[in-house]
Ligand binder design. Structure first.
Ligand SMILES: [Zn+2]
Length: 92
């Protein structure tokens, strides 16, 4: 509609699992809600977001590194069961 390209609006984030930088759109945003890691594919949920590649490999790496408590500035452990299920079902 407008003549703008999307190229400029392409911020990068670091995957909590493999620690590689990627375009925000290539990563899955995760927010913490009452101790649970909730996938936020549309990026609409409030709160502090963490980013991982939408793969079980990167999720497992992030869990093993205890990256979620660090990202969410909480004690954890954070429940990743629902997040894992959504990855098993969805992308990949
Ligand atoms: Zn990754």
């Amino acid at each position: 509609m407008s003549g703008r390209t999307h190229a400029r609006a392409c911020p990068e984030r670091t995957c909590l699992g493999c620690r590689e930088r990627a375009a925000k759109g290539d990563l899955l945003r995760i927010v913490e809600i009452e101790g649970e890691c909730v996938p936020d594919p549309r990026g609409t949920l409030p709160g502090r977001g963490a980013y991982v590649h939408p793969t079980l490999v990167c999720l497992d790496l992030a869990v093993r590194r205890r990256a979620f408590p660090r990202a969410f500035r909480g004690r954890g452990p954070f429940d990743t069961a629902a997040l894992r299920r959504s990855l098993e079902r969805g992308a990949g």
